[in-house]
Design a binder for this molecule. Structure first.
Ligand SMILES: NC(=O)c1ccc[n+]([C@@H]2O[C@H](COP(=O)([O-])OP(=O)(O)OC[C@H]3O[C@@H](n4cnc5c(N)ncnc54)[C@H](O)[C@@H]3O)[C@@H](O)[C@H]2O)c1
Ligand SMILES: O=C(O)[C@H](O)COP(=O)(O)O
Length: 598
């Protein structure tokens, strides 16, 4: 994968790790100790993590949510249930919230993310359709969007069937007539469903359940869905056909695709003209998939005999909306998901997803981030940490003023190329590369976007090794090209800054710097010294650090040959004072050294 370059570049600067308190606070509050990819590791930030460990995150529930879900949320967070907020009120409240839960009635647009000043970390959509959430803006702001895709499927399908049968037998109109004191038996003669062709447009979860039920009513069901597997359709006796075939052969059309740029107004004047005269249309998907003006015309001309609509382009539709008022239209106010059972299920599904995301777990229903199965995550966890630390090390080796633009990551593994999903690792390397030298925070959601925005091009390469594929990876190598290093020995023979690491006994280790092999655990911070290999060096450095009670966790020397140049890597638990670092630099055999903060 390659992330295209843009015009900006990263400029390392020693003091640029400082971010605002608010950002640290919201990060650590929101993604506490278990946060796998959201927590920063600078000592300064760790203080805020400790401070905020007891602070509960705040979740704004902006639309009615089932009680069971609200209870789950309250067990974990402060919950503010504020319904019917104006857009301005939502923007004002959002800067105090770590998560927001909405249904289809709230527009979560760019302004909402901008108003959150970086605090909003999760948007939970209590339902399926996410067309009311600006996903691009969410991603740019590093905000995870999760939905509840399964709990209202049956409710929506049942509502679709209810509309289909009610429309065919004029139930709503006849009911109104009886209540008005009339008895119009010949006016409300309906049409039968049995033997009729139903075209299900969008053969996903809801479409499939509608098809199943329609077959039970004796209908002949065909479906159109460019992405649905034919065998799934065949398994329930449904034939997948082209768009034109579906709409031109159907007696009834039921819409079940999401609203996207490619489905917007997919039923338009041109397509109504292709339909059988007298076709009947059900829409429990989204109002925007129909050109509503064209539908009014098609109803007036008789191409469309009847329509049953649960959803509208603008909700609620204006009172004088011609479609709603049309005599041949049956309308419901977006009730597809509104059964007691579905709303309890959706509430639990979204509450679990939002709480999980706030705890830093990878969400199974993430809409704008890769979903990583938990077993894969368990296996990758130490490599995730290694990836971030290699990124942090590599960028700190860049001399101030050099712009980091081109980074190559090599993953060496004995596993087949399809067995390793590198998105998580790439995100962590990106986080490691960017966070030490900027005030932005990077996570799985915004990593690629942030890299692209900063003109950082990351290319990935797989090296397939022989041997046992027990571990997902042997080593990860990070190379930064076209830069100078503040530690010349980090430059490899081919001219790039190069660091390489492995996981040993579950702990990330640095195993190569430039052309030198080292072995130091990446648990604290590191001092790298290039020296002339000679006896007593470890003791000299160790005693300088010992004098100020800096604990050495690890030492390793990698050398070209005995008594030639060597690199000493020293792992330290505490940050040495400037004075101690200066004294290390003054040891006569030391040619260069660098302190790297992990
Ligand atoms: N009225 C309601 O209350 C209600 C309730 C639930 C869902 N919905 C709507 O129904 C939609 C479908 O829900 P779902 O759970 O079945 O989602 P889903 O993702 O399981 O199914 C959507 C299907 O549409 C297909 N699709 C995408 N583009 C298409 C196109 N151009 N032509 C035909 N098919 C296309 C997809 O391949 C997918 O199979 C949701 O996006 C939501 O907008 C409404
Ligand atoms: O996409 C959905 O899940 C449905 O349209 C339900 O929307 P609602 O949560 O506003 O009822």
């Amino acid at each position: 994968m390659a992330i295209a370059a843009s015009s900006t570049s990263l400029k390392p600067s020693p003091s640029s790790t400082t971010a605002s308190w608010m950002r640290h606070h919201s990060l650590s509050t929101t993604f506490g100790v278990t946060a796998l990819f959201f927590r920063r590791s600078e000592p300064r930030c760790r203080r805020f993590v400790v401070l905020s460990m007891d602070a509960k995150p705040t979740i704004l529930v902006a639309e009615k949510l089932g009680e069971a879900g609200v209870k789950l949320l309250k067990d974990f967070a402060n919950v503010d249930c504020s319904y019917n907020l104006s857009p301005e009120e939502l923007c004002t409240k959002i800067s105090l919230c770590d998560a927001l839960i909405v249904r289809s009635g709230t527009k979560v647009n760019r302004e909402v993310f901008e108003s959150s000043s970086g605090r909003l970390k999760v948007v939970g959509r209590a339902g399926v359709g996410i067309d009311n959430v600006d996903l691009a803006a969410a991603t740019e702001h590093g905000c995870l969007v999760v939905n509840a895709p399964t709990a209202n499927t049956v409710a929506a399908a049942e509502h679709g069937i209810a509309l289909l049968t009610a429309m065919a037998r004029n139930i709503a109109q006849a009911d109104g007539s009886v209540k008005a004191g009339k008895w119009e038996r010949s006016k409300y003669v309906g049409v039968s469903l049995v033997g009729k062709i139903l075209a299900v447009m969008g053969f996903g979860k809801v479409g499939t359940e509608v098809a199943r039920r329609a077959k039970g009513l004796g209908m002949h069901v065909i479906a159109h869905d460019p992405y649905a597997p034919a065998d799934r359709a065949r398994a329930i006796g449904v034939e997948l056909v082209s768009f034109d075939e579906a709409i031109s052969s159907a007696d009834f059309i039921s819409l079940h695709m999401p609203l996207t740029p490619s489905t917007s107004k997919i039923l338009n004047e041109e397509n109504f003209a292709k339909m059988k005269k007298g076709v009947r249309i059900v829409n429990v998907a989204r109002g925007g998939v129909i050109d509503e003006e064209a539908l009014v015309k098609a109803l007036d001309s008789g191409i469309v005999a009847q329509a049953a609509l649960d959803v509208f382009t603008v909700e609620p539709p204006p009172k004088d909306n011609k479609l709603v008022q049309h005599v041949n239209v049956t309308a419901t106010p977006h009730l597809g998901a509104s059964t007691m059972e579905a709303q309890e299920g959706v509430a639990i599904e979204i509450a679990e997803a939002v709480v999980g995301a706030l705890k830093g777990e990878l969400a199974a229903t993430a809409v704008n981030a890769p979903m990583v199965p938990s077993e894969v995550l368990t296996e990758l966890k130490p490599f995730v940490s290694l990836a971030e630390k290699l990124g942090r090390l590599a960028v700190q080796l860049v001399a101030g003023g050099s712009g980091v633009k081109s980074v190559k990551v090599t993953y060496a593994s004995a596993r087949g190329p399809d067995d390793l999903d590198t998105r998580l690792l790439r995100a962590m390397i990106t986080k490691g590369l960017i966070e030490p030298i900027s005030s932005v925070f990077v996570n799985l959601v915004n990593a690629d976007f942030t890299a692209k925005q900063r003109g950082l091009r990351i290319t990935e390469e797989r090296v397939i090794l022989d041997g046992s594929p027990e571990s997902p990876l042997e080593f990860i190598q990070v190379q930064i090209a076209n830069v100078e290093s503040k530690f010349a020995s980090a430059i490899s023979d081919s001219g790039e800054i190069k660091v390489e690491g492995r996981v040993k006994d579950g702990i990330p280790h640095l195993t190569r710097v430039g052309s030198f092999e080292v072995d130091v655990s990446l648990e604290g911070s590191i001092i790298l010294c290039r020296q002339v290999d000679q006896p007593g060096m470890i003791g000299k450095v160790g005693s300088i650090l010992g004098e100020e009670n800096v604990n050495v966790s690890f030492m390793s020397v990698g050398r070209i040959a005995p008594r030639k140049q060597a690199i000493m890597a020293i792992g330290v638990d505490e940050e040495p004072s400037k004075q101690s670092l200066k004294r290390i630099g003054e040891i006569s055999a030391v040619e260069e050294f660098v302190y790297l903060n992990l």
